[in-house]
Design a protein around this ligand. Structure first.
Ligand SMILES: Nc1nc2c(c(=O)[nH]1)N[C@H]1C(S)=C(S)[C@@H](COP(=O)(O)O)O[C@H]1N2
Ligand SMILES: [Mo]
Length: 569
């Protein structure tokens, strides 16, 4: 076809940037899709999007993290991944648009993103050199796909003049394009075709059929579609294989030991009304907060816990060792420091585990070791006052949650749970290391990010029903909610209607001062708009503060207030 002489038309030789942008997005997508497959070998955390997302999570300012949790709640991770993908798509479109001018842009852009992916993966905690593989794979595939697509871009054509650049064809043009289309050179075939379509109405010379103008585009779009579809298949296959390699099956095979000291029996009269948070939160309803974009998969057989640092004796414990130790079972209410007044980043579960105190006593903390730093397999850390862990409260190295092995996203196989402290300073999931140090010597994960080093849970109360802006019928209404003052205990809950006097609510029994409790209040609702407000008093007599404080740096305060509309019965 290099011998073809085109009709008198000007082929500008320019290919529109928007087609290049599309090629760029498709090329990036296929790279990331194939990277997911490569990550089956090296672990999901090494995949470029997860690795880069992980770096973003670790370096995002506290205010942004708050905002993300405020806006997206427990879906903040999905939002981050989707956001990252959108940004990446934009960047890839830009690189693709430039690449129609010179392939150098494509090579440079892809190399730059690849380098970011490699750097992110290699610097993730627990990474080894192999973690570069998924990003390198992405670079190779993106470049190949980008090159393939750019070569098939239709060029723009202008008016009638002489054009001879159909001889742009070279032997190498019969590369990847050959398999997908009968023409040996998609691009220059299209050029010639467009010229013909414009000027000579498609009368072919050289025995080759003329491609109508739109055919070239259609062919390009088909190729781009194929590339994107391939990316989706590879991505899904990668994710699917990773899930197959997950520890769910190992977890299902775990038999929990019988506790030497069982949890107290639940009192009667719990869960008095529907729409009120159940006293015990089901595992599947339990809030999840962590920095892990890909849930760590820890096989108990390879799990180990090292207790070290400022101790008399360093201790290493295997899963088998842990199971041999006497276990206790306790209800403990866990709360997140990011829980807003009225929020639901709190739950109550029955945990089975080994008292942390016993382990610390064995290790023998040295003088000055006032901080216990727990470290997760993914490098996350939290710092807990040594004194609190040894004061006799039921701080547990937990393996069971509500009668099941810990769900994988809640820390399987082992996590810490400490009554009275927010999760970010105590509840390390996927725990693998306990280091005795001092607050002066070490800042745990959230501390340099603007959060307080110590995080006792603040007394709070919440109205669960009626909901904000509910429309109610006048008459008897049961107002109900939960209140908590972990490890101190709730002594009273009061309700105020329309800023009227505080009236005592009925406090329902709880198993211990380490859990929240439910309360109800019988209200005679009259027509009109009303404001309901709740406050708790702890066992020391301290009344929950009205002063409003944001979640950062050490937990929100203020009274939960709910406006409702009451209609004539
Ligand atoms: N490894 C690890 N453990 C972690 C976190 C984390 O980011 N990584 N987040 C902590 C925070 S902030 C909270 S509130 C609790 C939440 O525990 P849950 O997800 O089981 O509800 O886990 C804590 N443990
Ligand atoms: Mo948290």
């Amino acid at each position: 076809m290099t011998t073809e002489t085109a009709a008198p038309t000007t082929v500008t030789g320019r290919r529109p940037a928007r087609w290049g942008a599309l090629a760029g997005v498709a090329a990036a997508a296929t790279g990331l899709g194939v990277a997911e497959l490569a990550a089956v070998l090296t672990g999901p955390r090494s995949a470029p999007v997860v690795a880069v997302g992980g770096v973003v999570v670790d370096h995002v300012p506290a205010a942004v993290k708050d905002a993300a949790i405020a806006v997206f709640g427990v879906h903040d991770k999905t939002a981050l991944i989707v956001g990252t993908m959108l940004l990446l798509a934009l960047a890839a479109a830009g690189v693709g648009a430039l690449a129609v001018r010179s392939l150098g842009y494509a090579v440079g852009g892809t190399a730059l993103f690849g380098a970011i992916g490699v750097a992110a993966a290699l610097t993730r905690p627990g990474a080894d050199a192999a973690w570069a593989l998924p990003s390198l794979t992405a670079v190779a595939w993106s470049l190949a796909a980008g090159w393939f697509l750019l070569r098939r871009l239709p060029e723009t054509v202008h008016g009638a003049a002489s054009a001879t650049n159909a001889d742009a064809t070279s032997a190498s043009d019969a590369g990847p394009g050959a398999a997908a289309a009968p023409a040996t050179d998609a691009r220059s075939a299209t050029v010639v075709t467009e010229a013909r379509a414009t000027t000579v109405g498609g009368s072919a010379s050289g025995g080759r059929a003329a491609w109508p103008d739109s055919e070239g585009r259609r062919r390009f779009l088909r190729s781009a579609g194929l590339v994107v579809a391939g990316a989706a298949v590879a991505g899904y296959a990668g994710r699917w294989l990773s899930t197959r390699l997950s520890v769910s099956e190992v977890r299902a095979a775990v038999t929990l030991p019988v506790p030497v000291n069982a949890a107290p029996a639940l009192p009667s009269g719990l869960d008095p009304v529907p729409d009120l948070a159940t006293y015990v939160t089901k595992n599947r309803d339990f809030y999840r907060i962590d920095t892990a974009l890909s849930v760590p998969q820890v096989d108990p057989e390879s799990w180990g816990l090292r207790i070290h640092g400022r101790v008399e004796r360093e201790i290493t414990i295997s899963w088998a060792d842990l199971l041999k130790r006497p276990m206790v079972e306790r209800y403990v209410t866990l709360a997140c420091v990011s829980n807003e007044v009225g929020g639901d980043l709190i739950g109550n579960a029955r945990w089975l585990g080994v008292p942390v105190k016993d382990l610390l006593d064995e290790a023998g903390p040295l003088d000055g070791a006032d901080q216990v730093v727990s470290r997760s397999v993914d490098g996350w850390t939290c710092g807990t006052p040594t004194e609190i862990l040894r004061d006799g409260r039921d701080a547990l190295l937990a393996i069971g949650m509500n009668g099941e092995p810990l769900p994988v996203e809640h820390g399987f196989p082992v996590r810490m749970v400490v009554p009275g402290l927010y999760g970010y300073v105590s509840a390390c999931k996927w725990i693998t290391e306990i280091e005795l140090t001092s607050f002066a010597d070490f800042d745990a994960y959230w501390v340099p990010r603007g959060w307080s080093a110590k995080g006792p849970i603040k007394t709070q109360s919440r109205i669960d029903t009626p909901r904000r802006n509910a429309a109610l019928a006048a008459g008897a209404v049961t107002v109900a909610g939960v209140a908590w003052a972990q490890h101190v205990g709730v002594a009273a809950v009061e309700v105020s209607v329309d800023d009227g006097p505080w009236a005592p609510a009925t406090l329902h029994a709880s198993v211990s001062k380490d859990t929240w409790c439910q309360w109800t209040y019988a209200w005679e609702a009259t027509p009109g708009e009303h404001t309901l407000r709740v406050r708790a008093t702890d066992a020391t007599g301290a009344v929950q503060t009205e002063a409003e404080a944001p979640v950062a740096p050490d937990g929100a305060t203020g009274w939960h207030t709910v406006k409702v509309q009451v209609n004539d019965g």
